[in-house]
Ligand binder design. Structure first.
Ligand code: FES
Length: 177
Protein backbone atom coordinates (compact mmCIF):
# COMPACT_ATOMS: atom_id res chain seq x y z
CA UNK A 1 0.00 0.00 0.00
CA UNK A 2 1.35 3.40 -1.02
CA UNK A 3 0.47 6.65 0.66
CA UNK A 4 -0.15 9.56 -1.70
CA UNK A 5 0.89 13.00 -0.37
CA UNK A 6 -2.09 15.25 0.12
CA UNK A 7 -2.13 18.22 -2.24
CA UNK A 8 -1.45 21.58 -0.47
CA UNK A 9 -3.20 24.87 -1.22
CA UNK A 10 -2.62 26.14 -4.70
CA UNK A 11 -0.28 29.09 -4.87
CA UNK A 12 -0.01 31.64 -7.60
CA UNK A 13 3.25 33.06 -8.82
CA UNK A 14 4.81 35.46 -6.32
CA UNK A 15 3.04 34.01 -3.28
CA UNK A 16 5.01 32.48 -0.49
CA UNK A 17 3.97 30.26 2.31
CA UNK A 18 5.25 32.52 5.15
CA UNK A 19 2.99 34.13 7.75
CA UNK A 20 2.99 37.41 5.76
CA UNK A 21 2.98 36.84 2.05
CA UNK A 22 4.10 39.42 -0.45
CA UNK A 23 0.58 40.46 -1.46
CA UNK A 24 -0.44 41.13 2.16
CA UNK A 25 2.81 42.94 2.82
CA UNK A 26 2.31 45.27 -0.18
CA UNK A 27 -1.29 45.96 0.84
CA UNK A 28 -0.24 46.86 4.39
CA UNK A 29 2.66 48.96 3.14
CA UNK A 30 0.29 50.88 0.85
CA UNK A 31 -2.09 51.56 3.74
CA UNK A 32 0.78 52.71 5.96
CA UNK A 33 2.24 55.03 3.31
CA UNK A 34 -1.24 56.45 2.60
CA UNK A 35 -1.83 57.07 6.31
CA UNK A 36 1.51 58.89 6.67
CA UNK A 37 0.75 60.97 3.56
CA UNK A 38 -2.71 61.85 4.86
CA UNK A 39 -1.23 62.86 8.23
CA UNK A 40 1.41 65.04 6.57
CA UNK A 41 -1.26 66.88 4.60
CA UNK A 42 -4.13 66.72 7.08
CA UNK A 43 -2.54 67.71 10.41
CA UNK A 44 -1.33 71.16 9.31
CA UNK A 45 -4.63 71.78 7.53
CA UNK A 46 -6.69 70.90 10.61
CA UNK A 47 -4.31 72.99 12.73
CA UNK A 48 -4.89 75.94 10.38
CA UNK A 49 -8.68 75.54 10.66
CA UNK A 50 -8.67 75.25 14.46
CA UNK A 51 -5.99 77.88 15.20
CA UNK A 52 -8.43 80.80 15.64
CA UNK A 53 -10.20 78.87 18.42
CA UNK A 54 -7.04 78.22 20.43
CA UNK A 55 -4.68 81.03 19.56
CA UNK A 56 -4.17 83.57 22.28
CA UNK A 57 -3.06 86.95 21.07
CA UNK A 58 -0.47 88.43 23.40
CA UNK A 59 -1.80 91.61 25.00
CA UNK A 60 0.26 93.74 27.33
CA UNK A 61 -0.28 97.04 29.13
CA UNK A 62 2.46 99.52 28.26
CA UNK A 63 3.05 102.83 30.02
CA UNK A 64 3.30 105.71 27.53
CA UNK A 65 3.74 108.70 29.83
CA UNK A 66 2.54 110.48 32.94
CA UNK A 67 -1.03 111.82 32.85
CA UNK A 68 0.03 115.45 33.37
CA UNK A 69 2.20 115.41 30.23
CA UNK A 70 -0.92 115.17 28.01
CA UNK A 71 -3.05 118.28 27.47
CA UNK A 72 -6.81 117.90 27.43
CA UNK A 73 -8.13 118.07 23.86
CA UNK A 74 -4.84 117.29 22.14
CA UNK A 75 -3.86 114.25 20.09
CA UNK A 76 -0.22 113.19 20.19
CA UNK A 77 1.77 110.25 18.94
CA UNK A 78 3.11 107.92 21.63
CA UNK A 79 5.45 105.01 21.08
CA UNK A 80 5.84 101.79 23.00
CA UNK A 81 7.16 98.25 22.68
CA UNK A 82 4.96 95.89 20.67
CA UNK A 83 3.01 93.16 22.50
CA UNK A 84 5.02 90.32 20.99
CA UNK A 85 8.51 91.60 20.16
CA UNK A 86 11.02 89.15 18.78
CA UNK A 87 14.31 88.98 20.72
CA UNK A 88 16.30 90.31 17.77
CA UNK A 89 13.75 92.95 16.66
CA UNK A 90 15.63 95.91 18.14
CA UNK A 91 14.08 99.26 17.23
CA UNK A 92 11.55 97.51 14.97
CA UNK A 93 9.82 96.22 18.12
CA UNK A 94 8.58 99.74 18.77
CA UNK A 95 5.12 100.66 17.59
CA UNK A 96 2.97 103.73 18.07
CA UNK A 97 -0.52 105.03 18.65
CA UNK A 98 -2.30 108.36 18.47
CA UNK A 99 -3.34 109.23 22.01
CA UNK A 100 -5.98 111.87 22.77
CA UNK A 101 -6.76 113.15 26.23
CA UNK A 102 -10.49 113.84 26.17
CA UNK A 103 -11.12 114.87 29.76
CA UNK A 104 -9.30 114.97 33.08
CA UNK A 105 -9.14 111.19 33.24
CA UNK A 106 -10.32 109.80 29.92
CA UNK A 107 -8.12 108.95 26.97
CA UNK A 108 -8.59 107.42 23.51
CA UNK A 109 -5.78 105.63 21.67
CA UNK A 110 -6.00 104.98 17.93
CA UNK A 111 -3.83 102.64 15.93
CA UNK A 112 -1.41 104.48 13.67
CA UNK A 113 -1.90 101.86 10.97
CA UNK A 114 -4.39 102.53 8.21
CA UNK A 115 -7.02 99.82 7.82
CA UNK A 116 -6.46 99.74 4.06
CA UNK A 117 -2.90 98.44 3.74
CA UNK A 118 -1.35 99.45 7.04
CA UNK A 119 0.50 102.68 6.23
CA UNK A 120 1.03 104.97 9.24
CA UNK A 121 -1.61 107.69 9.35
CA UNK A 122 -0.89 111.31 10.37
CA UNK A 123 -2.98 113.50 12.64
CA UNK A 124 -3.74 116.94 11.19
CA UNK A 125 -4.80 119.05 14.17
CA UNK A 126 -5.98 121.99 12.02
CA UNK A 127 -8.40 119.82 10.06
CA UNK A 128 -9.06 117.41 12.94
CA UNK A 129 -8.52 114.52 10.55
CA UNK A 130 -6.25 111.50 10.27
CA UNK A 131 -4.69 111.30 6.80
CA UNK A 132 -3.06 108.29 5.19
CA UNK A 133 -0.27 109.31 2.79
CA UNK A 134 -0.29 106.08 0.79
CA UNK A 135 -3.62 106.16 -1.05
CA UNK A 136 -5.37 109.21 0.31
CA UNK A 137 -7.41 107.56 3.05
CA UNK A 138 -9.03 110.06 5.40
CA UNK A 139 -10.48 109.45 8.87
CA UNK A 140 -12.50 111.78 11.06
CA UNK A 141 -11.22 112.69 14.50
CA UNK A 142 -13.16 109.80 16.04
CA UNK A 143 -11.40 107.34 13.72
CA UNK A 144 -14.32 106.66 11.40
CA UNK A 145 -13.67 106.68 7.66
CA UNK A 146 -14.25 110.03 5.92
CA UNK A 147 -12.94 109.21 2.44
CA UNK A 148 -10.72 106.97 0.37
CA UNK A 149 -10.13 103.23 0.36
CA UNK A 150 -9.98 102.34 4.10
CA UNK A 151 -12.64 99.66 4.66
CA UNK A 152 -13.20 100.32 8.37
CA UNK A 153 -12.41 102.80 11.15
CA UNK A 154 -9.03 103.06 12.83
CA UNK A 155 -8.84 100.43 15.54
CA UNK A 156 -8.62 101.65 19.12
CA UNK A 157 -6.46 100.38 21.94
CA UNK A 158 -7.87 100.12 25.45
CA UNK A 159 -6.39 102.83 27.70
CA UNK A 160 -6.19 103.09 31.51
CA UNK A 161 -4.47 105.20 34.12
CA UNK A 162 -2.41 103.42 36.78
CA UNK A 163 -0.28 105.19 39.40
CA UNK A 164 -0.33 108.40 37.41
CA UNK A 165 0.80 106.65 34.21
CA UNK A 166 -1.26 106.36 31.05
CA UNK A 167 -1.15 102.77 29.87
CA UNK A 168 -2.16 101.31 26.51
CA UNK A 169 -3.05 97.65 26.07
CA UNK A 170 -1.13 96.56 23.02
CA UNK A 171 -1.98 93.75 20.67
CA UNK A 172 -0.36 92.48 17.49
CA UNK A 173 -1.10 94.21 14.19
CA UNK A 174 -3.64 93.93 12.65
CA UNK A 175 -5.52 94.92 15.76
CA UNK A 176 -8.87 93.26 16.27
CA UNK A 177 -11.24 96.09 17.08
S1 FES B 1 -2.84 102.26 3.12
FE1 FES B 1 -4.00 103.93 3.80
S2 FES B 1 -5.27 104.42 2.13
FE2 FES B 1 -4.11 102.73 1.48
Amino acid sequence: MTIEPRPGPRRTAGESSGPLNRKDFLAKLTIAVSAVGAAIIGVPFIGFLLAPFFERQPQTWRAVGRVETFKIGTTVKVSFIDASPLPWAGVVARTAAWLRRETQDSFIAFSVNCTHLGCPVRWLPGAALFMCPCHGGVYYGDGTVAAGPPPKPLPRYPVRVRNGQVEIRTSPIPINP
